[in-house]
Design a protein around this ligand. Sequence first.
Ligand SMILES: *Cc1c(COP(=O)(O)O)cnc(C)c1O
Length: 360
Amino acid sequence: MQSQSLIRAVVDAAALRHNLRQARRVAPDSRVMAVIKANAYGHGLLPTAMALAEADGFAVARFGEGLALRAAGLTNRILLLEGVFSAEQLAAAAQARFELMVHSFEQLELLDALAGDAQVTAWIKVDSGMNRLGFRLDEFGAAYERLRRNVHVHAEPTLVTHLASADDRRDPQTRRQLDAFAAATSGLAGARSIANSAGVLAWPTARADWVRPGLMLYGISPFPSGTGAELGLRPAMTLRTEVIAVKDVKVGETVGYGGSWTAMRDTRMAVVAAGYGDGYPRGSSSGTPVQIDGRRAPLIGRVSMDMITVDVTDLPVVAVGDPVVLWGSEIPVEEVAAHAGAIAWDLLCGVSQRVPLEAG
Ligand SMILES: *Cc1c(COP(=O)(O)O)cnc(C)c1O
C-alpha cells in the first residue's frame, strides 16, 4: 500500500545482504551475530531480520525485541546482549530459546535459582576495560566456573568482551583490552567473541569465532571520518521526501526562524517536507547537502519541526512534488551528520515513528 506520508525511510534489503557478505568477506573464519538492537538501528526490526536471515544469529538489547522476532516466526539464534533481569524473564527466555549474556553475579544467582529442567545457552562477558557490562578481570575466573557448573547451562559458554575504542586504529586501549581478554580466558573452553564493526574492520586479531557487527550491516562507517561506501558498504536506508513549495526571496531577506540565514543574492528556494519532528537533525547547519531531482543543493536557515528550506537557485527548474533525498547512497548520512555535529547512527536511530519504513 502506498503510504500517505511524503517523507519515508526506504530500506534496501539487497544492501543489507551485501553488507553482511562484506562482513563475512572481511572475517571469513568467524560466524556473524548480526546486531539488530534499537529497531535495527532504525531500519525496522522484522524486515531487517528477514533480509539478514543468512546471519548465524541475531543480537538484540531488549527482551521485547527478541519476543517480536519469535512472534514473527524467526527460528534463528537470538542473543540478548544484556541478558535477563528477573526470574520471570529468565523462564520466558529459556522458553523462547533466547541465548543470554551473563555479565553479573545477580544473573548467576537467577540461573542458580532456575527451576525445572530448562536449559539455556549462555555467553559470558569479561570487562576488559570498557567498564560498562561484564565481570571484572579478577572475578571472571570464579564467575566462569560457577556458570559452567550450573546444570541449566548447556555446553560451554561463549567468552565475550566489548571494545571501547576500536574505531581509532592508533588508540592503545584496544591492544590492552585484547591482551587482558586473552589472559583472562586463557585455557578456558568456549568460543570467543570480541569485535563490533570497528573491531571487524580495523583489528584482525579481534575477529575470533563470532563477530558482532551492527553499524556496518547498515552501510555505515564505524570510524570518525569517511563513509561506509569507502569501505565497500552500501547504505541501507534512503530518507526520501518531496518539495512542497518553491519561492523567490530577494537579496537581503532572511529565511526561517530567527532569520539566521540572509540571502546574499536573489534566491530561489524550495520548501521540503522534512523537519526535526521526523528526526532530521535540528542542529544541521546551512550548507548541509540535500538532493533534489538528483542534484545537490544546500540547506539554508534553521530546521523547523516539519520543514526545511533549500537554496535551489543553481538547479534547473524545481517544482512542487519533485523528489528529495535527505540521505542515502548519493548523500551519505555520515556527511549529513558531520554538518549537524552528530554521528550517523544517531540520525538513523532518530528517525521518528511518524516516518513510515518502506521496502525498496
Ligand atoms: C551495539 C553492540 C555491538 C555492535 O556495535 P557496532 O559498533 O554497531 O558494530 C556489538 N556488541 C555489543 C555488545 C553491542 O552492544
